[in-house]
Design a protein around this ligand. Structure first.
Ligand code: KG4
Ligand code: ZN
Length: 340
């Protein structure tokens, strides 16, 4: 029998967002994220600066999450934290903080895999959002990962396809850098793509067998294309920015949807979920909706605030593991390459 009131504090610090969330029985009471704007000046995340910023932010962020939830730390049932994958220095801050707090409060500690959390974010109790039935396919698309996962159950997942080089978020961010956009460029490309013609320029899709992805070739193709066009017209980017963004986004979405179609065909699964920062993209959201009519899919897109890195997704995994009594040993360590 499950206990009456389970309060979970979730902590996320795998990359450049320090986040904390308080959850009661699968429902979010608070969800706080402190972004680190320091990296914008460098055009990418600087690991050393990220860990320092986490150390600065972690106590205020956790404090704020408890305050907004109107929960005292003495009420907490357990603490869930991101064990990996991610940047080691960043993970160490969250891991050490979570371990110390759980030890001090004498409550269970629960380690969470960041990539499973992007998938299980679909099980947060939210009005208007359906939970996918098992088995379903989940495509995790973020700045660090691109995977297709067959989800048999909460804790039984199999990666059936993944990128062999860059992640899809990197394809957005690196293309954006070539175009002189700020970091991360994904949201800006998305915004501009809405104003441009997706078929203005054609980029060849990479040929990768099976369900794996590759994005590094696309980045090089875009680089050569920009170099060639700006040689003829130095104002090429400025004059065609929306069309270039729309064409890049169209190509990337085409690559993702092609692989999802293949995965759905191979597994005979038509329930399809997405997660991770790139699932905030309006084009991929629309393409999935179109897939419902075109391919008979039922699709699941997380609430916007649960797409990019957040601690609510860590708290939901914490809650599900709590119900199973699946707690961490007190010598658990962060793992930068943790697998699903
Ligand atoms: O999941 P996330 O917050 O962090 C990682 O675990 O990597 O994902 C961040 C990535 C970045 O590459 C960012 O450019 C991308 O998500 N992103 C987007 C959009 N919003 C965020 N990419 C395309 N369109 C968006 N609207
Ligand atoms: Zn992530």
């Amino acid at each position: 029998m499950s206990p009456l009131n389970v309060y979970i504090l979730g902590i996320e610090s795998s990359c450049d967002d320090t986040a904390a969330s308080v959850m009661l029985n699968g429902k979010i009471l608070s969800n706080i994220v402190a972004n680190q704007s320091i990296h914008e000046a460098y055009g990418g995340v600087v690991p050393e600066l990220a860990s320092r910023a986490h150390q600065q932010n972690i106590v205020p962020v956790v404090h704020e999450a408890l305050k907004r939830a109107n929960v005292d730390k003495s009420q907490l049932s357990a603490i869930a934290f991101t064990r990996g994958p991610g940047l080691m220095g960043s993970l160490l801050v969250g891991t050490s903080f979570a371990k110390s707090l759980a030890y001090g409060l004498d409550i269970p500690l629960i380690d969470v895999n960041h990539m499973s959390a992007h998938i299980l974010a679909h099980f947060i109790d939210e009005e208007g959002f359906n939970k996918p039935p098992f088995p379903f396919l989940a495509m995790t698309i973020s700045g660090g990962h691109t995977q297709i996962v067959k989800v048999n159950n909460y804790f039984d997942m199999k990666v059936i396809g993944e990128t062999i080089d860059d992640a899809v978020g990197e394809a957005f961010d690196k293309s954006g850098k070539l175009l002189g956009l700020g970091y991360p460029a994904g949201p800006e490309i998305d915004k501009r793509a809405k104003l441009g013609n997706p078929k203005a320029f054609k980029f060849t899709k990479p040929k990768v067998d099976g369900l794996n992805f590759s994005f590094s070739g696309l980045k090089t193709a875009i680089l050569y294309f920009i170099q060639k066009e700006t040689e003829n017209n130095p104002k090429f980017i400025e004059e065609h920015l929306n069309d270039i963004c729309a064409s890049i986004q169209y190509t990337i979405i085409g690559i993702l949807i092609d692989k999802l179609k293949l995965a759905s065909k191979q597994t005979c699964i038509k329930h399809i979920a997405i997660g991770g920062g790139v699932s905030a993209n309006s084009g991929i959201r629309q393409a999935l909706k179109d897939g419902e009519k075109k391919f008979g899919w039922t699709t699941y897109v997380p609430k916007f605030e649960f797409t990019t890195d957040n601690a609510a997704m860590i708290a939901i995994v914490g809650y599900l593991k709590y119900l199973e009594g699946d707690f961490s040993k007190n010598d658990v360590v962060a793992s930068s390459r943790l697998k699903i």
